[in-house]
Unconditional design. Sequence first.
Length: 252
Amino acid sequence: MNSSAPIKVGVLGARGRMGSEAVRAVEEAVDTELAAALNREDPLSGLVHAGVQVAVELTHPDSALANVEFCVDHGIHVVVGTSGLGTEELDAIRARLAERPGVGVLVAPNFAIGAVLSMRFAELAARFFESAEIVELHHPKKADAPSGTAARTAQVIGRARADAELDPMPDATTKEFDGARGADVDGVPVHSVRMAGLVAHQEVLFGTEGETLTIRHDSYDRRSFMPGVLLGVREIGSRPGLTVGLDPLLGL
Ligand SMILES: NC(=O)C1=CN([C@@H]2O[C@H](COP(=O)(O)OP(=O)(O)OC[C@H]3O[C@@H](n4cnc5c(N)ncnc54)[C@H](OP(=O)(O)O)[C@@H]3O)[C@@H](O)[C@H]2O)C=CC1
Ligand SMILES: O=C(O)C1=N[C@H](C(=O)O)C[C@H](O)C1
């Protein structure tokens, strides 16, 4: 990409809660230009016609993979905020990228700096505690549960526990209502709350003999995600292949 010209950005899901914020952030930044703002009914070819260099994918778990594949096939870098992409989708993106070695895709479970740090703190803490559980709390219009952030947090905690060869968490439950102990994500119980008035919140709870540790992050406003979106837009052109999480872009 020409480093002096503004980066031509296309936003997918442009009239959505996140998409409309992303449109505003891209328009406000001096080094990015909003070249395309696509909604559900708009053909993806609009990205190509507008000369988009980086697409920001903020639609729905059901449409994200096809959108990313279209972009990769057309040499467009992608910053993916849409959550609910699992191992299969990430493998499919990797396979597609193998055909286009110069293209970069960033899949960011959470763009907020505090959320990225809280995942890293949770990863650090995991090996020191017998028990770990996650409570994520979101607005009721969210399609996926658990949240992408909670799934990612559980994965890193699960991996850290396995690396430290910790015993299974203590839990004497033998009789329960369906769902009472949450979803099991890599051995970590994850509880999802959907509630009017909320935006995006998460508590990671750790416990061991005589003490607990709680790591909490709150996004009260979707503007909290925009510095991370713009960082991804600026960086992804020089990071070919698949990057998961903002961590390497933040030097973490
Ligand atoms: N990584 C992060 O930091 C964050 C990620 N997110 C994720 O971003 C995604 C969007 O969230 P949010 O903005 O709240 O959701 P919204 O429902 O507000 O916006 C989604 C937009 O995508 C459009 N859309 C839905 N389905 C399709 C489709 N099949 N093809 C094309 N466009 C489609 C919708 O169109 P229409 O208006 O017609 O329904 C809507 O405009 C979610 O997956 C969410 O989890 C959210 C916040 C932060
Ligand atoms: O849908 C949302 O709102 C959010 N989705 C992402 C997720 O699933 O983790 C990020 C943040 O929690 C907001």
